[in-house]
Ligand binder design. Structure first.
Ligand SMILES: [Zn+2]
Length: 351
């Protein structure tokens, strides 16, 4: 079997992906990027109405299909209100805590396509002015955007072309360390997306024959719950979401292995498929952890909830401090790459 692409290429691709703003609901540019990644390859590719990208590689068996998905949409925000002092109130896109974006640089994209920069701050930030700067609640009322333009009123901000409903994205602050860590926002789930994009290119360019027709969905609405619950062909037997492993106290997942999810808040993942993934990891000397994620749902569980009669699974790189100051290590990417390649070449084990 030909070797998988170099991890440095994966990291470069992650860097490019996280640098394209793509909060759920505004993902066209990042999907364009994914499509262009395959330009000239003559792959069977289409966009669904939700704006996701579906790539199909025919396999030896066309009666049973497989589907793998990773999502390119990320957390973000939207302008909820323009304040009388010209600053912006926000509403969240996806689930996070305001303290995880406090102090973060951001971009405001107007509907005419113009982009402004700003900083997400507490109204009570200056310790020289606000006695309660430390204690004040980090909430929708107190969090605001300071725009990097001269504006002191609602009218002046409106003149910039900024309106309620404009998308706000967070600066990823991507950094690669010499010790092999990737620090960036939005590693959930752009780390997995980079791995899937490379896997598709690898299969195609090395002319690897897959045992089953395999669909790859680059989904774009996972953070809001419905990215991958459509476009599942009736022949699809197995549906594998490739999404982050959740780390924290008491969690088995780490930044060095591939996480195989046994259960999340949606319930257990398919036992047979989970055991198959563990066996593949063992057979191929892949470092893995089986884990349970307490507050988590995936595109695979969304597909189950939408009524698809499928065998569902969830694997992915371990992401530290998810939906906040994310980090992973290149070894987690390598282990995830290896498991996915072994998986797409393996038999479907219907139980
Ligand atoms: Zn995710």
């Amino acid at each position: 079997m030909s070797e998988f692409p170099q991890v440095k290429d994966t990291i470069q691709l992650i860097k490019e992906l996280v640098s394209i703003p793509s909060p759920s609901g505004n993902t066209r540019r990042v999907i364009d990027f994914c499509e262009q990644y395959f330009s000239g390859l003559n792959l069977e590719m289409k966009r669904n109405r939700k704006g996701g990208l579906l790539i199909t590689i025919p396999g030896e068996n066309a009666d049973k299909h497989r589907m793998l998905t990773a999502h390119v949409d990320t957390l973000g925000a939207m302008v909820k209100e323009i304040k009388s002092n010209g600053r912006l109130k926000l509403t969240m896109i996806g689930g996070f805590r305001w303290n995880s974006v406090e102090g973060e640089y951001c971009k405001i994209e107007t509907d005419s396509g113009r982009t402004y920069t700003g900083t997400i701050l507490m109204k009570q930030t200056s310790v020289h002015v606000y006695k309660d700067a430390g204690e004040a609640k980090r909430n929708e009322q107190n969090i605001e955007v300071r725009i990097d333009e001269i504006t002191n009123s609602e009218e002046e901000t409106r003149k910039l072309g900024i309106n309620v409903g404009d998308f706000v994205s967070f600066d990823p602050r991507v950094e690669i360390t010499t010790s092999g860590f990737i620090k960036s926002r939005h590693l959930d789930d752009k780390a997995s997306t980079a791995i899937l994009l490379q896997l598709i290119k690898h299969i195609h360019s090395k002319k690897i024959k897959l045992p089953y027709t395999t669909h790859f969905l680059i989904s774009n609405n996972e953070e809001i719950g419905y990215g991958g619950n459509a476009n599942v062909s009736p022949e699809t037997v197995e549906y594998l979401a490739v999404d982050m492993g959740a780390l924290g106290e008491g969690q088995a997942s780490d930044e060095y292995t591939v996480s195989i999810c046994a259960k999340d808040s949606s319930g257990p993942y398919h036992y047979g498929l989970r055991k198959h993934l563990v066996q593949l990891a063992k057979d191929n000397n892949i470092d893995y952890k089986v884990d349970i994620y307490p507050y988590y749902g995936s595109d695979a569980s969304a597909a189950i909830k939408a009524g698809h009669d499928i065998v569902h699974g969830l694997v992915g790189p371990g992401i530290e401090s998810s939906h906040a100051f994310e980090r992973t290590h290149e070894s987690s990417l390598i282990n995830t790459q290896k498991l996915l390649l072994a998986y797409v070449l393996s038999p479907i084990t219907e139980i």
